[in-house]
Design a protein around this ligand. Structure first.
Ligand code: C5P
Length: 399
């Protein structure tokens, strides 16, 4: 669902339409969003903080400093930064005028000025106020700031007059929001599979053969794909990372064989498949059922090859699927990367380097080059893995 996991900051100002904001909170929650509410001082005459706190499941903010004598300062900057989207509904003529002029005499306005996220206003006022050139100018000024104006409805107004100025219905606000998010989500509707982290190949119940992969690159790729609107399946080996996003389904595995089985189950359905896992190439030919005693231990372990999950997926690639592999080459990097890309039937290969300080396994940064099947290369600077993930997704989106 488009709104799942979205953090929505709802500012409610003093209009009779404020009662509809309670329904809006309910619908946002039903869509899977997390909601925090700020009431303007005037809004409290129309709708109770208790109603909104109960519906949103979060404390409701109103004053910059709490009135309960605790002298608690409510951090509007934090709220503004917390929000993925801020909605002001209903937005009165007064609030719109203040927003358009950078005024800041309540908490909604302070959060608005601090917010870095997309902001939506849903105006509500009487028809003549709405028609007034001052209001029109304020609305176009807000649009020029990049804020989105949710169209008002036509109908009966609180004054008894009939005309334009009714706040959009809560469901219309939800639909507006969803469409806007979809328009800004280039991967919306796309299914993405990512493998990440190491695999552990058991020697006995307590020992294993593994590697130093942290999984950070694959997790950053998954996060970025979800931010761009994709539905992500993240199949990962043992890692010390947490990632919670409504559109990321994490499937933990331990061994290469388990990873292959998990990949095979879901891969036919995928649009983009990125194999960033550092799969162990070999596994012990037999894993002991009980812990091997030191005095009974052999000093060598027989190994057998693990399946190559990427090559297996390349050999079974469906029309239209984009397959991306990773490679870490220390010699003849470019030739080896190109031949790996061909051999494993990939569309792109991301070449990591171990030679650059701060790049590769375990680090928070990485330096990559991306090659496509036409042997075209793009080289990138050393960056955080989050930024590298953005670069990779940029290349894939423009493919
Ligand atoms: O052949 P090499 O191990 O260098 O290939 C690396 C690429 O292949 C990576 O994308 C890695 O995730 C994938 N791979 C795999 N299964 C293996 C070995 C590597 O999916 N057994």
């Amino acid at each position: 669902m488009v709104l799942t996991g979205q953090q929505i900051l709802l500012g409610i100002t003093g209009s009779i339409a404020a009662y509809k904001a309670a329904f809006l909170v309910r619908l946002l929650k039903k869509e899977g969003a997390e909601v925090k509410v700020i009431l303007s001082p005037a809004a409290k005459d129309f709708v109770s903080p208790l109603t909104l706190a109960t519906l949103s499941g979060n404390p409701v903010f109103s004053e910059l400093v709490d009135e309960d004598g605790s002298d608690q300062w409510n951090n509007h900057v934090e709220l503004g930064l917390w929000a993925d989207r801020m909605i002001i509904a209903p937005a009165t003529a007064n609030t719109l005028a203040k927003m358009a002029n950078g005024q800041c005499d309540n908490m909604i306005l302070a959060a608005y000025l601090s917010a870095k996220c997309p902001v939506y206003v849903s105006p509500a006022m009487d028809l003549d106020m709405y028609k007034h050139p001052g209001t029109k100018e304020n609305l176009s000024k807000l649009e020029s700031f990049g804020n989105k104006v949710i169209p008002v409805g036509f109908g009966e107004l609180a004054s008894g007059l009939v005309g334009e100025g009714r706040m959009a219905e809560p469901q219309e606000i939800i639909d507006f929001l969803k469409k806007d998010i979809e328009d800004q989500s280039p991967l919306s509707g796309k299914k993405v599979l990512i493998t990440a982290g190491p695999t552990y190949e058991p020697i006995d119940p307590v020992r294993f053969i593994g590697n130093r992969s942290s999984g950070k690159m694959g997790f950053a790729l998954a996060q970025e794909a979800a931010n761009l609107g994709a539905e992500v399946t993240l199949i990962h080996g043992p890692v010390h990372l947490s990632l919670n996003h409504g559109r990321i389904n994490k499937i933990p595995i331990e061994t290469a064989v388990e990873m292959l089985e998990a990949v095979q189950k879901v891969r036919d359905d995928m649009d983009v498949l990125i194999f960033s896992a550092a799969v162990a190439d070999f596994r012990p030919a037999t894993a002991a059922q009980e812990k091997i005693k030191k005095d009974k231990a052999e000093t060598k372990i027989d190994l057998e090859m693990n399946p190559d999950i990427l090559a297996d997926t390349g050999a079974n690639k469906k029309t239209g699927q984009i397959l991306v592999g990773f490679a870490l080459e220390t010699e003849n990097a470019r030739e080896n990367a190109l031949s790996k890309l061909k051999r494993k039937n990939c569309d792109f290969l991301v070449l990591n380097t171990l030679k650059d300080e701060g790049a590769g396994f375990g680090h928070d940064t990485n330096k990559v080059s991306i090659i496509n099947a036409n042997n075209t290369w793009e080289d990138f600077e050393l960056k955080s893995k989050q930024e590298v993930a953005k670069d990779i997704w940029n290349v894939l989106q423009n493919a």
